[in-house]
Design a protein around this ligand. Structure first.
Ligand code: GRF
Length: 194
């Protein structure tokens, strides 16, 4: 039995896709969803799927060891950040070397860093008149949106695209690729692209 901890603070569509994918494979995985927002929609979805959740605040993560204690008590094998915006502290990274995967909705190193999330990313891509955008799935380090890249997948940005239409294309790429990357890393111990 493997344990997968997903940090999510938004709608959690990627978290759900990962869970559905692994459940469809009958993989023996214990899922955990951790969130820093008590009202995050992902928490209701997790409850419907019978998944254990853990809500934490800044102090739990940065000053105390409550998040770390929870992850260790559950024997966490892999962590995925899917819509989680806070910087992960070094003591947590040290405990899970190359075992914390982040999903970013652009082709890093472009359009990344603190404050670059959600619609802001797509608005910046459109404003820069980029011809292509995409997703980056990477291991994290102590900086925002840096660390070893596992996979990038691209899509076209058309002159007719706006932030909303681009967001849809990006979400499709995320849903297509992230579950496969998580499967490889969690079940096969492979840390490269499929
Ligand atoms: C995704 O676009 C991901 O790239 C970013 O946050 C978003 C999460 O979306 N880090 P969802 O909550 O999984 O729908």
């Amino acid at each position: 039995m493997k344990t997968l901890a997903i940090f999510a603070s938004g709608t959690g569509s990627n978290a759900i896709k990962i869970i559905e994918h692994l459940r469809n494979k009958n993989a023996e995985v214990n899922f955990l969803i951790l969130s820093n927002k008590t009202d995050a929609p992902v928490l209701q979805k997790a409850a419907l799927l019978g998944i254990e959740t853990f809500v934490f605040n800044k102090r739990d993560l940065y000053e105390q060891t409550n998040v770390i204690d929870f992850l260790l008590a559950k024997k966490t094998d892999l962590i995925v950040l899917a819509g989680f915006l806070w910087l992960v502290p070094q003591n947590l990274i040290n405990l899970f070397p190359q075992k914390i995967i982040n999903l970013h909705p652009a082709l890093l190193p472009k359009f990344g860093g603190k404050g670059m999330y959600g619609a802001k990313v797509h608005e910046a891509v459109i404003a820069a008149q980029e011809k292509r955008s995409g997703i980056t799935i990477h291991f994290i380090d102590q900086y925002y949106d840096q660390g070893t890249v596992i996979l990038q997948a691209e899509c076209e940005v058309l002159p007719t695209d706006n932030a909303a239409s681009l967001a849809k294309k990006i979400q499709q790429l995320e849903h297509e690729h992230l579950p496969l990357i998580v499967e490889k890393n969690l079940l096969q111990g492979v840390s490269t692209a499929p």
